[in-house]
Every structure is written in structure tokens, then in C-alpha cells.
Design a protein around this ligand. Sequence first.
Ligand code: AMP
Ligand code: MG
Length: 518
Amino acid sequence: MQEMCRAFIDDFFVRSLPGDVSSLNISREVKNACYSIVHPSPVAKPKLLAWSDDLAEKFNLTKPHDKSTDIDLLAGNLILPSMKPYAACYGGHQFGHWAGQLGDGRVITLGEILSSRGERWEFQLKGAGPTPYSRNSDGRAVLRSSVREFLCSEAMYYLGGPTTRALSLVSTGERVTRDMFYDGNPREEPGAIVCRMAPSFVRFGNFEIFTARGDVTNLKKLADFIIQNYFSELGLPSEVTYVRWFEEICRRTAILMVHWQKVGFVHGVMNTDNMSILGLTIDYGPYGWLDVYDPDWTPNTTDFKNRRYSFGNQPAVALWNLAQLANSLGPLVTNPEVFSSGLELYETVFNRTYLEMMSQKLGLKQVSADILTDLDRVLRLTEIDTTIFYRNLTDVELHDPSLTSLLSAFYSAEISSEISSQLLLWLKNYCRIVLQDSIEPEARKNIMNKANPKYILRNYLAHEAIESAENGDLAPLDALLKVIRKPYDDSLEFIRFAEKRPEWARTRAGCSALSCSS
Ligand code: AMP
Ligand code: MG
């Protein structure tokens, strides 16, 4: 184990790809480049607030103590001679419309580090100060959104979902001004920086920007770089390989969507600049987790009207985003129609994997579309907590079904007899199929408990941890981290965290509605 500042740090991305010819750190258009070299802006008083031991271990890194130089490194106050820090150039479709150049406006990648298994991972600081891509913003991040990114990266990882990771959360000792509700009432909030890690942070938008500018040379350079380094099993770059590569991106994205649907995660801003080329969950912003079952639910206040990024719409939006990626890869092949195979594969893989996942959630051999449609209907009859409902389904007495073990999932104390009887009808039908399947009860319980987390990162729990952290009390954050690192466990120690959302959190900002302000 070693300090990060003593680790071998590479500049593979920078030395392999074309960079910005200008070093001017002002907001501007950057052409013919995958990145701009830019240094983080130092912060006043960095302090480590959270750390991922599991991720650190993968890279043999020791947790920094209070006076460690690693804290300076994780805050952007120290740049090692081996580092060539950069902000990546990308564009994107935001809410269905081409938005032009976006890029890392407040993220600066410091370099890559090798894992004990020889994997090369990028590590980057989010909130490290302005870059040429910052447009009119300050390049900083508030503690509130940084805690959310750290927590959710850990939550998603331990739930088994593909995700970028977070190594550290550092407070900066500086204030950042944000108009959280976009209502003309800005206030000062504590600032923070998350160190994020992933094999690559390249997004759909990194390719889109080149095609939008007619820059096929750099489009090809970036595509070939990604294929050779992250998809080498597909063979050397060629027209055939580009098609296989796109198919593989579609396959991974389908798996990612199934995972989000499994655990009730709503990303909130599925713009193409927030879609990872590796099929990872990336950019934790105004995300949320389903409390009440409601496919139309979105946590993002900007999306309240159209609900483009609602829970139920995520798989369709992913396909739309993949179609934009296909368009941007068009110039790499003679006939861009060839990319339709990937889009078809997305639908096939999503449908098959989704049914497998739902079969596991319900503990059935093979779930039918009928039972799912009917379940969707009855779950909407009253406010039912998605996570508790599925987790407690294992406890229903198969030979004599009743709603007793599901009562803790209901948000309303009184349920009409009409609704109860409809729910019971579904339950009886379900139990009949379970009995027909005759899966051994212990085995069924095991399968279900691995598909139905007991603990998710409930929106109000994150909110409580943030409020305490803002007041200097890290205990709730530490406790929550412990819980989300064992999401499928049955332990009673954390039972409070498995309860449904309390009434006070129903309409509280930060619990039920989140803005993009971060
Ligand atoms: P997001 O909605 O977080 O995915 O961000 C969309 C774009 O805005 C990206 O290019 C971000 O880097 C940029 N951005 C978001 N917040 C800031 C900020 N505080 N300063 C500079 N750029 C930002
Ligand atoms: Mg983003």
C-alpha cells in the first residue's frame, strides 16, 4: 500500500490523442482536440470527509491522514511532475436538442493509475475550478452535490450496477454561490471536490462533437483509441469492427438500463453527454430513487413538465441516445445503415434481460408479460413503496396469501376494500404461479433477496446526511455509507434505513425534487 502521490501516474490519454493547441484558460470553443491541458485552481483548506477503502485497495492506496500530501493532491492543490491535467472536450444532446460544445466545465483529470491487476484507470477531480469548457460557471461544486455523487457512486457499485467510482470527498474550506431553486435567491454553500475514477470517462458526446463539426479525422482517432484500449477483444479498427463496437455499446447500455430498473434508480439527466461509452452510470446529478412506485416519476425539477427522464422512460431514452451516437459514428463507415444492427440488439438484449431480472425479483421461473402488466396496474392503485414491496414479497404465505407482510410498504394507513381486493387478487394469482413453479423455498428466497435490495440510497437519507455534513457532523454520512455498502443484507442493525420515506420528506426540496444546480 502506498500514498497516491508516490504511485505511478500515467498520461496515456494525453499522449495518445490530439490536444488543444491553446493553453488559454478562458471559456471558448475548442476545435480539433480531445482535451485541453488545464491546471486545477487551488483551494483554501482541504479536508478529507469520505473515502472508499474498497476502491483504494484496488490501487494499493492508503487512506490519507490529516496532514498527508495526498489531501492536497485530491483537492487540486498539488500537481505531480508526471501529471498533465486536462479537461475533455465533448458535446451533447440535452433534453432532446443538440447543445453544441459542453466539455468538462469543472472536472479536471489528473492522469491514470494502474490497479494491482494491471488495469489503467483515469482519476479526476470534480469541482476543481474553471476550464475552457466552463462557459459562464465557476468550475466549482457544492458539498451538497459532492456528497450526493460520492454516496451514489458507492451505492450503485455495491448494488452491483455498472458505475464510475468515487475515491474521496474533500471539503475545500471555500464557499460557492448557488441559486439552488433558480428563483433569484442565491446563497453561499460550502464547496467540495470528489475524486472520481473509471477506466474511461469518455461519453457519447465526445464523438458527437467531432461529427457535428465535420471533423472525421479526430472522430476516427478517438474511436480507434477507445476500441484498441477498451474493446480490444473486437479486433483492430475496421468498418466491421466499428459495427461490432457499436453493438457492444448497445448491449452494455441495455444491461445498464435493466440494472437501473431493477433497483429503482432514476438518473435524472440522461443527456448524451452523460452517457458513458463503457456503459457505466456516469455523472450523478439530480438523480433519485423510487420511493412510491410511479414510472412517471422524475427527481429533476427541470424535467417536471415533460418527464423525458422519468423512471419508466429511461430505457427508451437510452435507445434514443444510442441512435444519436450511431449518427455520429456514421462518417466512419461507407453505409451508416449498418449501425441499425446495434439498435436492434439493444431492444433484444433489453427485453430478454429485463424479463430475466423481473423473474428474479418475483422469484419465478419465467415471468409473463401478463403478470407484469397486471402488477404495474395494481402497484399504481395506491402509494406503495417499491423497495419494501419487492423485498417483502418473499414473506407472503404462498398457501394462504394476505397483504399482511406488505402492509409496511403502504404510504396510506387506510386502504379501501376495493384496492385491497385488487391487490389480493394479483397476489393470489402470483402465489399460484410460484407454487406451480415449485422452486425450492430457500433457493427462491436467495434469488429474490439478491434481486431486491433491502437498502437503497433513499432521497431523504442522502438529504439528512448532507444537512449534518454541512453542519460539521459526519456521523450520519458515515452511517449511511455503511448501510449502502451492504444493500442486500438482512441485518437488523440498520433497520431504520429500510423504512419508507417519512411524511416530512414528501415535498421537501432535496428529498423529492432536485434541481441541476450543483
Ligand atoms: P451536467 O448537467 O452536470 O452534466 O453538466 C452539463 C455541462 O455543464 C457540463 O459541460 C459541465 O461540465 C458543465 N457544468 C456544470 N456545472 C458547472 C460549473 N459549476 N462550472 C462549470 N461548468 C459546469
Ligand atoms: Mg455531465
